[in-house]
Ligand binder design. Sequence first.
Ligand code: 4AD
Ligand code: MG
Length: 430
Amino acid sequence: MGQHVLIKDLLAHAGEEVTVKGWLYNQRTSGKIKFLIVRDGTGLVQCVLNKKEHPTLFNLAEETSQESAVIVTGKVHPEHRAPGGAELHLTGLEVVSLAQPYPISLKEHGVDFLIDRRHLWIRTPRQAAILRIRSSVEMACREFLHDRGFVLADAPIITPAACEGTTTLFEIDYHGDKAYLSQSGQLYNEATAMALGRVYCFGPTFRAEKSKTRRHLMEFWMLEVEAAYFDFEDNLKLQEELVYHLVQTVLNRHRSDLQLLGRDISKLEAVTLPFPRLSYNDAVNLLKEKGFEFNPGDDFGAPHETAISEQFTSPVFVHRFPTSIKAFYMQPDPQNPDVVLGADLLAPEGYGEIIGGGQRIDSLELIEERIKEHNLPRESFEWYLDLRRYGTVPHSGFGLGLERTLAWLCGLEHVRESIPFPRMLYRIYP
Ligand code: 4AD
Ligand code: MG
């Protein structure tokens, strides 16, 4: 038995006899030759089995069902037509466990069928590729911020108050008191930023949105960044550099995964710095030119975001939204207090908003006023007011939605494929 090698590393072992440990994805027979497709989580490899040379193995393979756990041994042959660029000429086959008839066959299945079997669906090459990209993107977010001196300061998940409005809170019973699953770690980031300067948190966030769209999950992961003494401009610059870095990471490390997904790679290669910027007013004018009926002052819906982003090949910032449609903590623009120093970053190709952020109100009086206007329970925010009482400074931050970013990078139709176990409206199984 040769050395245990991961499928992704096979090419480096050309000519050697190696062992691969995984599962049987598929097999077909062509006369006296069998082609076994084995997967191990890092990729797929085609294993060639000759009946004449290995009659016992050939018969064993014949009885080995899809998704049986197998350990195969063979010599690595470079084969540029094979996925991964290498083939294994089998000399050994061990069946670790025989699988029962597998519910997900290799033909097309409907999404409802697949999503009910998400625990198995993730084994298919396409889903595995997406999850590998997700892992790299998470790592790249952390590396990028770590390299720039940002400190990871995790925010709590159980919280006493709303950050992004009270309509999408998941309420829980906290030993007899009302508590909520966090919608955003931002308010806590503001506190840790005053302690550590530049911080981020990266965790699950929750929105009880009654929306059944391609872009909404009830539970999603958000990278949230906050920096003291960062103004609106510093904040935009950091966002575009981060997103550019994520694009480059995926292009550099996941070209074959992107190909497997059928992603149009040229669309990602077309992303360049700096990202275009459009004020809310410019965006409204653009929509009107394109024939949309739009009431100035309203928030954008998905069709509007798509129409705006279609104008550009890179993500586009829309900034200075009307104060009335944005969260309570947004700093008004000193040039025009009717708009805020907030910006959304819209992904190209109609993938919608991937980042929301901006400069925060640093004045105690103004933040008190806003808490009142938004009918937020002041008691729950006393600690947050302390941040304005003791050494308040201009500060800014943003939150990047991981699943929407992945949907764009991978070219997915729906965010449900971008997370191992999606939580969607009325769907919590498995
Ligand atoms: O724009 P949002 O609501 O911003 C905040 O929560 C800020 N407090 C973040 C901050 O400044 N620290 O959400 C940020 C991003 C959105 O741009 C979107 O990408 C994603 O989170 N997002 C969702 N993703 C999936 N499903 C949902 N229901 C989402 N809601 C927001
Ligand atoms: Mg937003």
